[in-house]
Write a protein of this length. Structure first.
Length: 364
């Protein structure tokens, strides 16, 4: 250890000491004898003080933090929908981090919606740049609960895959800056599928079954032996002779909802309509059908669909209807019509299934 005091950066050594005028040469009356036995050398001159840094003095190292960041996402990102990024920040050092700030420059595919938790983070967006500032400090060896960054996904993204990066910084130096940035690659579902539930007795918007006596506005009676029966079908309490309703559906018919359908003999036509976006692809109608007394006809936009035998009200096996011919589907409104013949007594319809298609419009 040097006996000379040092400045904080290690310089200034030798600019003063107990003999501030410089060390006097050690005196020797005879000098130091040379190796060859000649005259001894004269005492050395006093040191004037080195101008270089003192390399052997102990200087405490400046404490440095070691922050790291991890960015990821949960679930699917769908064009036109919402997505959530998770951004985690950790202090991996024994030093306290001050002024911790996370910055995320969002791809133009995304629009900032919100960020949480707040506190401890305070987040704001200017254009595509989201900045989150931590309130207080980040103690040593501490990881924070992830920032939940919610974004709106563009409904017409230019590419199905995008990389988005976030970075973290604090006041002072970071001992390992290579882990101060984290990127997440997101694959966008550009063509979210269309799916419409056509099951009887179920709210098509919420998928929640209705109650006995409720009107089923998704299935309308458009033809009946008595014009007074035309209108919305009604969810019925099952007749003892009917097979249990197909999973996810209920029996409906032309009644006021008391018990079972009206007993007038004749043909009853039920209709359910749905919409397909311009540019749709791969449409498929997939239904299981029963009727009291029996199913006589099924059409889709006027296309007559095969009606195999069976499907009576007491049949264990319903009629299976599948149609995927593009010529039977059209952009805009599409309608399925099912005709039931009733001999006498109660009449009703039971349908379970849906129509699906790919929404090609968002891909253009």
């Amino acid at each position: 250890m040097s006996i000379y005091p040092c400045d904080a950066d290690g310089s200034g050594c030798g600019e003063g000491s107990d003999d501030s005028e410089g060390r006097e040469g050690r005196e020797s009356s005879e000098g130091i004898k040379g190796d060859e036995g000649g005259e001894g050398s004269e005492g050395s001159e006093g040191s004037e003080g080195s101008e270089g840094p003192c390399t052997d003095c102990e200087i405490p190292e400046k404490p440095c933090v070691d922050l790291s960041i991890q960015k990821r996402h949960e679930g699917a990102f769908v064009a036109g929908g919402m997505g959530v990024f998770e951004i985690g920040v950790s202090n991996n050092s024994s030093a306290t981090a001050y002024g911790v700030t996370v910055t995320d420059v969002l791809d133009p595919m995304f629009t900032f919606v919100s960020a949480s938790p707040s506190p401890p983070w305070s987040c704001a967006a200017v254009g595509q740049t989201v900045t989150c500032t931590l309130a207080g400090t980040l103690p040593p060896f501490t990881s924070l609960a992830p920032i939940q960054l919610q974004v709106q996904v563009n409904d017409r993204p230019a590419t199905p895959k995008v990389e988005n990066c976030a970075s973290v910084r604090s006041k002072g130096d970071d001992v390992s800056p290579k882990d101060n940035t984290s990127c997440d690659v997101v694959e966008i579902d550009l063509c979210p599928p269309i799916e419409v539930d056509l099951s009887t007795g179920v709210d098509t918007a919420s998928g929640v079954p209705g109650s006995v006596g409720d009107q089923d506005d998704s299935w309308t009676i458009v033809a009946a032996p008595d014009s007074g029966l035309i209108g919305s079908s009604t969810i019925l309490s099952p007749h003892p002779n009917w097979s249990p309703a197909l999973p996810g559906s209920q029996w409906v018919g032309p009644a006021d909802g008391a018990t079972d359908g009206d007993g007038i003999a004749g043909f009853y036509t039920y209709e359910s309509c749905f919409n397909l976006a311009q540019g749709f692809t791969a449409p498929t109608l997939d239904l299981s059908v029963r009727g009291d007394n029996r199913i006589t006809a099924i059409t889709l936009n006027g296309c007559a669909l095969p009606v195999p035998s069976g499907g009576e009200y007491d049949s264990v096996t319903p009629i299976q209807v599948q149609e995927n011919s593009p010529s039977c589907f059209q952009p805009g409104t599409n309608c399925v019509d099912i005709t039931v013949w009733n001999d006498e007594g109660p009449t009703s319809l039971n349908v379970a299934g849906s129509v699906t298609a790919e929404d090609g419009q968002c891909c253009r």
